[in-house]
Design a protein. Structure first.
Length: 96
């Protein structure tokens, strides 16, 4: 299992609307992707301007089947709400 963490800078006053658009655009797309397990959105209480999308995948191979063209198309659907993100990947080595 792989966990993808994306970090977005979103002003706190815009977060409710950004989260609604992100849910409608990105979450709906991810639900159609083979290997997608779940997604959560996290906020660091010490950095309230940062939102973290934490996405679980059954395998790295299935996750990486998403093409750059697909990502660009979904990002474009975010419109004015698009935010560049940073990404970190984690491999799950044990579950309890």
């Amino acid at each position: 299992m792989i966990v993808e963490m994306l970090t977005f800078a979103v002003e706190p006053s815009q977060q409710a609307e950004w989260l609604a658009v992100e849910e409608e655009v990105w979450s709906r797309f991810l639900e159609t992707c083979p290997g997608f397990i779940r997604k959560e959105m996290w906020r660091d209480p010490d950095r309230v301007d940062l939102l973290h999308a934490v996405i679980w995948w059954s395998s790295r191979d299935l996750w990486k089947q998403i093409t750059a063209e697909q990502v660009a198309e979904v990002d474009a659907r975010m419109g004015d709400w698009f935010r560049q993100s940073s990404m970190v990947e984690y491999e799950v080595v044990r579950q309890s």
